[in-house]
Design a protein around this ligand. Structure first.
Ligand SMILES: Cc1cc2nc3c(=O)[nH]c(=O)nc-3n(C[C@H](O)[C@H](O)[C@H](O)COP(=O)(O)OP(=O)(O)OC[C@H]3O[C@@H](n4cnc5c(N)ncnc54)[C@H](O)[C@@H]3O)c2cc1C
Length: 506
C-alpha cells in the first residue's frame, strides 16, 4: 500500500529537483490533476491507462489476484527509455509515488501502488548475439529460453515461465542452472538504468561499478528503472529432466538422504526435494518427489541418480528421465510443451496467452548452509503435517544451490548468499472458492508456525527475490554484511529515496 512516507518522499524529490528546500513538501502530496495526466499521455509513445479506461482492471493486475484491491492512479505502458523518463519526471513534479513493474511477480505486491505504475513489460526484446544476449526487463523466462534455445545458447533461468527479467536478475536469479552456470545476475555484462533524476546510465565492471555491484542482488525497485540488460552467453550441451517419486512412508529417509547426497553431486546436477499436499484434508497422503535436471547425457545422469537412491536407501516408486535439451526441457518445466511461446504467457499478456493467474498464496523461505539434523527433520515434517485443513494446498521444497553460485565471494556482488547449500521454501495456497478471511488466517498461521520451526536450523538468511513482507529481520536476511554498501549506493544513485517500498534499501 502507498504510505504517506512514500508520497512525501516523492514530493521531496520533486522539490529537490526544482531546487527548492524540503519545507512545504507535504503540500505537494496530492496526486496530480487531470491536465497533468493528459500531459503525461501526450509525452508517451506507449499508453497511459487511467481508472476510467476500459482495460484498467487488466492493466492493474499483478501475477496474484490477492493484490487486486490496490488501485493505481495510473498505469503507464512504457515503450521507450524516453517514456520511462517522462513517467519519472511526471511522478516527481507532481509528488506522485511510482513503482516499476516488469512481470508483476513480487511476493509482496511491491510492483503496484496507489500512485503510478511504470510498466516496462513492453521493453521485452531478446536479441541473441554471438557472445551476449540483450534482454529487456519485460522479457519473460519463456521468451528468453525460447530465443536463446533457438540459437543454441543457454542462459540461467528460473522455473516459472512468466517471471520477467526486470525483477528476476536484480534479486539474483535462481533456477535449474544455478549450480552449473551460476545465478542469472552472474551472467550480466552491463545494465542500463534510468535513475530517479531522469539520467540514463549504463553500468558494468568498468563504469558505475558500485551501481553494477548493487544491481546484482540488491533487488528490484531500489536504485532506478532497468531498461536493458546484457547477459553473457553460455553453452548447454544437453539437458535431461528427471523425476523420482517416493512413497510418503519413506519421507524421512528421502529428506535426509537428499541432503546427504547433495554435497557430493556434480554441479551439472540440479535438484529439488518436494513435499506437497494438494489438499490438506486430514486423511490425504502427501506427494513426495525429488526432481531436477542434469546437463549431460542420460547415461551419466543414471549414475548420479543411482547415487541419490543409494543415499536415500530406498527404492523410488517411479523413476523417469527425459532428454529434451535446454529449450524443450525448460518448456516442459513451464508446463508449456504443448503450447506456442505466445500461449505460454499469462492471460491478458497477448491475445493467445493461456496461463492462469495465481490467487492467494504466501511464501516464506530460508537458506541453509548445513544439512538439517535428524531431530530437526522430524520437527519440520511434523510442522508440515500439522493443522490439516481440507482444501488448503501446502508445499515444502528443498532447492539445491551451491556449485557455480558459490564460486563467487559473498561480497563480490550484492547477492550475499554464496555459501548457501539449499533453500527451504514453504508455500500455502488457497483455491479461489476458499479465499476468505478465516481461511487466510488459518493458512497464515500454518506457514508462520512451519517457518518458525524450520528457521531454527537455517542460516537466518532469505533469498531477496522471495521477498517476504512478514520478515522482521529482512535487512540482515536479504543482504547481511552487504547492507551498508547497498545503503551507500542508494544514497549515490537515489539520494532523495524516490524509489520506496516497505522493504526498500536505505
Ligand atoms: C510463481 C513464481 C515463480 C517464481 N520462480 C522463481 C524462480 O524460479 N527463480 C527465482 O529466482 N525467482 C522466482 N520467483 C521470484 C521472482 O524472481 C521475483 O518475484 C522477481 O522479483 C519477479 O520479477 P518480475 O519482474 O516478474 O516482478 P515485478 O513484481 O514486476 O518486480 C519485482 C520487483 O522488482 C521491481 N522491478 C520490476 N521491474 C523493474 C525494473 N525494470 N527496474 C527496477 N526495478 C524493477 C518491482 O518494483 C518490484 O519491487 C518466482 C515468483 C513467482 C511469483
Amino acid at each position: 500500500m502507498t504510505t504517506r512516507r512514500a508520497v512525501l518522499k516523492g514530493g521531496a524529490a520533486a522539490l529537490a529537483l526544482a531546487g527548492l528546500g524540503a519545507a512545504g513538501a507535504a503540500s505537494s502530496s496530492a496526486l496530480a490533476g487531470k491536465t497533468e495526466w493528459e500531459r503525461l499521455q501526450r509525452r508517451l509513445t506507449g499508453r497511459l491507462v487511467l481508472p476510467s479506461s476500459g482495460d484498467y482492471d487488466l492493466a492493474k493486475q499483478l501475477h496474484r489476484t490477492m493484490f487486486d484491491g490496490i488501485r493505481p492512479a495510473g498505469v503507464a505502458y512504457c515503450e521507450t527509455v524516453g517514456d520511462v523518463r517522462a513517467c519519472l519526471s511526471f511522478a516527481q513534479h507532481n509528488g506522485v509515488p511510482a513503482v516499476p513493474r516488469s512481470g508483476g511477480h513480487s511476493y509482496g505486491g511491491y510492483s503496484t501502488t496507489e500512485g503510478l505504475v511504470i510498466d516496462v513489460s513492453r521493453l521485452n526484446t531478446v536479441q541473441v548475439g554471438e557472445h551476449a544476449t540483450v534482454v529487456g526487463p519485460g522479457a519473460q523466462l519463456t521468451d528468453l529460453v525460447d530465443a536463446a534455445g533457438a540459437h543454441g545458447v543457454g542462459l540461467a533461468s528460473g522455473i516459472c515461465p512468466t517471471v520477467a527479467m526486470g525483477g528476476y536478475l536484480q534479486g539474483g536469479g535462481i533456477g535449474w542452472q544455478t549450480r552449473s552456470l551460476g545465478l542469472g545476475c552472474d551472467s550480466l555484462e552491463s545494465v542500463q538504468v534510468v535513475l530517479a533524476d531522469g539520467s540514463v546510465v549504463t553500468c558494468s565492471e568498468h563504469q558505475h561499478q558500485d551501481l553494477f555491484w548493487a544491481l546484482r542482488g540488491g533487488g528490484g525497485g531500489n536504485f532506478g528503472i532497468v531498461t536493458r540488460y546484457e547477459r553473457r552467453n553460455s553453452t548447454i550441451p544437453g539437458m535431461v529432466n528427471y523425476t523420482l517419486a517416493w512413497d510418503w512412508d519413506h519421507v524421512k529417509d528421502v529428506v535426509e538422504g537428499w541432503q546427504r547426497w547433495l554435497p557430493g553431486a556434480p554441479r551439472e546436477m540440479s535438484g529439488r526435494c518436494l513435499l506437497g499436499l494438494l489438499n490438506a484434508a486430514p486423511d490425504a497422503t502427501p506427494l513426495l518427489i525429488t526432481d531436477g535436471t542434469f546437463l549431460g547425457s542420460p547415461e551419466d545422469l543414471d549414475a548420479h541418480l543411482d547415487a541419490l537412491v543409494s543415499a536415500i536407501g530406498r527404492a523410488p516408486a517411479a523413476r523417469d528421465a527425459e532428454d529434451l535439451g535446454f529449450r524443450d526441457g525448460m518448456m516442459s518445466w513451464f508446463k508449456c510443451s504443448d503450447k506456442t511461446v505466445a500461449q505460454c504467457h499469462r492471460v491478458g499478456h497477448n491475445p493467445e496467452a493461456t496461463l492462469p493467474r495465481a490467487g492467494f498464496q504466501i511464501d516464506r523461505s530460508r537458506l541453509f548452509k548445513e544439512a538439517v539434523p535428524s531431530s530437526g527433520v522430524d520437527e519440520i515434517l511434523a510442522a508440515f503435517d500439522a493443522e490439516r485443513r481440507a482444501g488448503h494446498i501446502r508445499f515444502i521444497h528443498l532447492f539445491a544451490l551451491g556449485g557455480a553460485a558459490s564460486d563467487v565471494p559473498r561480497t563480490a556482488t550484492a547477492y550475499v548468499h554464496r555459501d548457501a547449500r539449499f533453500s527451504v521454501d514453504l508455500a500455502t495456497v488457497l483455491p479461489p472458492v476458499m479465499d476468505n478471511d478465516e481461511e487466510r488466517a488459518a493458512a497464515r498461521a500454518w506457514i508462520d508456525r512451519a517457518f518458525t520451526v524450520t528457521d531454527q536450523y537455517s542460516a537466518h538468511e532469505t533469498y531477496q527475490n522471495y521477498i517476504d513482507p512478514d520478515l522482521a529481520d529482512w535487512r540482515q536476511a536479504y543482504y547481511a554484511e552487504n547492507y551498508p554498501r547497498l545503503v551507500k549506493a542508494k544514497r549515490t544513485y537515489d539520494p532523495h529515496g524516490f524509489f520506496d517500498f516497505a522493504q526498500s534499501i536505505g
